[in-house]
Design a protein around this ligand. Structure first.
Ligand code: NAD
Length: 262
């Protein structure tokens, strides 16, 4: 697995990471900070943020954590006002917080649950973009990455809300990229596959037979480590991805290639 602790290409940059209290967002917040960025690491789960801070002890001062519900417009607005007043700029944002929601056939899916998943996974990305773009524009540009999923490309049974939200993230990403490419802001998405975050690992321990089946179905025969997904998001925010606009980068060990192995 690639580590970039030696690279310092985000020095003097200010980065926002949502869902930074766990999994992919945590690895991304630590990764950006190790590469020199001042990182605003936000999550609804304060305990998770405290753990992220303790894992990044050596990065003292480069990680600023704060509790934000990314589906709540006043909270997102306040966060952006705080970043502007404290740091004066925003160079990159990783809109990553999300939930899976329950698993039910459409006819059984509770409508309130559907709306909650859409609110946390999709409304949050809309709100993120709405408040991040003006701040980035004020200092001449930046890069945004939104977390979609392989469920933005497929139709996983039982997961209508999740798949609809992630297809929506893909659409929002393309519109935001179209509207901002000429203004110096690149907007892209990532589509992770099976990623072994703490929740996925706990579920796998509870249901090892299902986990084994899932891993066998992935051409790489393993899930991703959260840092492998975070590295891709960091790369999309870096100058190395300077000509990528509106792209959704699939990081799935080949899960969505389709076809059959010989
Ligand atoms: P995770 O549960 O480890 O982390 C998600 C974080 O988002 C948690 O810390 C949670 O507290 C936070 N969060 C939830 N609701 C929030 C809210 N309203 N406001 C602020 N923070 C909130 O899971 P993860 O796998 O790291 O998920 C990160 C993203 O990756 C999600 O968007 C998820 O849909 C996506 N994803 C994950 C996988 C996977 O296999 N793990 C696959 C595809 C896509």
């Amino acid at each position: 697995m690639a580590t970039h602790e030696q690279r310092r290409d985000f020095v003097d940059k200010v980065v926002l990471v949502t869902g930074a209290g766990s999994g992919i967002g945590r690895e991304a917040a630590l990764g950006f900070a190790r590469r020199g960025a001042l990182v605003y690491a936000v999550d609804v789960n304060e305990r998770g943020l405290t753990e992220t801070l303790s894992l990044g002890r050596e990065l003292a001062g480069m990680l600023r954590t704060t509790r934000v519900d990314v589906s709540n417009e006043p909270q997102v607005g306040d966060l952006m006002a705080r970043i502007e007043s404290e740091a004066g700029r925003l160079d990159a944002a990783f809109n990553n917080a999300g939930i899976t929601g329950g698993t039910h056939r459409i006819e059984d899916y509770p409508t309130e649950d559907f709306e909650r998943v859409l609110s946390i996974n999709l409304r949050s990305v809309f709100l993120g973009l709405k408040y991040e773009l003006p701040l980035m524009l004020r200092n001449g540009g930046g890069a945004i990455v939104n977390t979609a999923s392989v469920a933005a490309l497929t139709g996983p049974g039982g997961m209508s809300a999740y798949a609809a939200s992630k297809h929506g993230v893909h659409g929002l990403t393309r519109v935001a990229a179209m509207e901002n490419a000429a203004r110096g802001i690149r907007v892209n998405a990532i589509a992770p596959g099976w990623t072994e975050t703490p929740m996925v690992v706990a579920n796998s321990q509870q249901n090892p037979a299902f986990a084994e089946l899932a891993r066998k179905a992935i051409p790489a025969k393993r899930g991703a480590q959260p840092s492998e997904v975070a590295d891709a998001a960091i790369w999309l925010c870096s100058d190395e991805a300077s000509y990528l606009q509106g792209h959704m980068l699939v990081i799935d060990g080949g899960m969505t290639i389709g076809g059959f192995e010989l």
